[in-house]
Design a binder for this molecule. Structure first.
Ligand code: GLU
Length: 343
């Protein structure tokens, strides 16, 4: 019975991912649904900012003490088109910690360097339907690490990063995030210290994965590199360029550098579509129709393949860990500019 259920669960997952992949591929061959002008994009971004800047729902994540200290009123939105035009509104130059958004880009790097099959075999690419830091999901699901966008899969993904020692692995991680953003990104040492002092749960996750043979480097090294990766500082402008790189087939639209090959982008977007907004990923995809990734620091990136990368930041998050204002703003903008991959 168990094997039967697993077989059907895997078939269902495969069917969903085929659907998402074909939509992504179809989306990539189209242009802006409504071909908005620069003035229209600026207007819609400004509208979203003014419409949602008064929303006070949610609260700063506080399980990482440094995140609780960020001004909850900060609100920035940025959008980048594949020709490298960047649109910013609000606090788009404020530096905050990237947190889980980094997971999508490090997953992209590991897929690029080690192949899509390795990601499938060694981590998994299925949604958990569980919170981002779930230990239950590790116990319940045979793949254990499950997918690279939840903590278990992300720590396992970091453990796969190539490099003979922690410094070499960090150079790969930091270099990859920098290439997606098109500039050297800082590490926010206060956030890193704050999370390193309080990340017992992630250490437990890594130990459990190691016990199941699903961690591919030392527990301490993997958790430390993962914590440092989550503490990288970005602005909404940076995040939009990072998302814009995925929207432009892996080529950074501002620097012109091919960061990952175009053929690997659909797999990255498929994982973002099914698991990018934690246990609310289905609701997000239903409402917005874009592959995306959020972080408990208050950022969200979303990708409209061929059309634009968009990012929003505001620190108050909902129960699932997703920024309330960022979700509202991106949904509003996508509805007006078009680009929903299911349209
Ligand atoms: N560094 C955070 C953690 O591991 C990332 C969580 C998130 O942004 O979802 O808890």
């Amino acid at each position: 019975m168990y094997r039967f259920n697993m077989y059907h669960r895997n078939l269902r997952a495969l069917a969903i991912q085929c659907l998402v992949l074909s939509c992504v591929v179809l989306g990539a061959s189209t242009t802006f649904a409504r071909s908005p002008t620069a003035a229209e994009i600026e207007k819609v971004l400004a509208e979203a900012h003014s419409k949602f800047k008064g929303v006070k729902d949610g609260a700063n994540a506080d399980y990482i003490p440094a995140l609780a200290e960020v001004d909850p009123e900060l609100f920035g939105i940025s959008l980048v088109t594949p020709d490298g035009r960047v649109y910013d509104v609000g606090n788009s130059d404020y530096t905050f910690s990237i947190q889980s958004i980094s997971k999508a880009f490090i997953a992209a790097t590991v897929i690029e360097n080690q192949g899509t099959q390795n990601m499938m075999d060694k981590i998994g690419v299925d949604a958990t339907g569980q919170p981002f830091n779930s230990i239950k999901a590790i116990e319940m699901i045979d793949e254990r690490s499950v997918n690279p966008l939840v903590n278990a899969g992300a720590i396992a993904t970091v453990s796969m990063v190539q490099g003979d020692n922690p410094e070499a692995k960090w150079a790969t991680i930091a270099g990859s995030l920098d290439a997606f953003a098109g500039r050297k990104l800082p590490v926010m040492e206060d956030v890193y210290a704050s999370e390193a002092a309080t990340n017992g749960r992630n250490q437990a996750i890594a130990k459990l994965l190691a016990a199941y043979g699903r961690l591919y480097d030392d527990v301490g090294v993997s958790v430390d590199l993962y914590t440092r990766q989550c503490s990288v500082g970005v602005t909404s402008h940076d995040l939009a360029v990072m998302a814009g790189t995925l929207a432009a087939g892996g080529k950074n639209p501002v620097t012109g550098k091919q960061v990952i090959s175009a053929e690997n982008v659909p797999e990255v977007l498929a994982i973002m579509a099914t698991a990018g907004l934690y246990d609310d990923s289905g609701i997000w995809l239903y409402n917005v129709g874009l592959p995306a990734k959020s972080g408990v620091g208050g950022g969200i990136v979303a990708v409209s393949p061929g059309d634009y990368g968009i990012a929003a930041f505001s620190p108050r998050v909902d129960a699932a860990g997703n920024s309330v204002r960022a979700q509202l703003a991106i949904e509003y903008i996508v509805e007006r500019l078009g680009g929903n991959i299911f349209e």
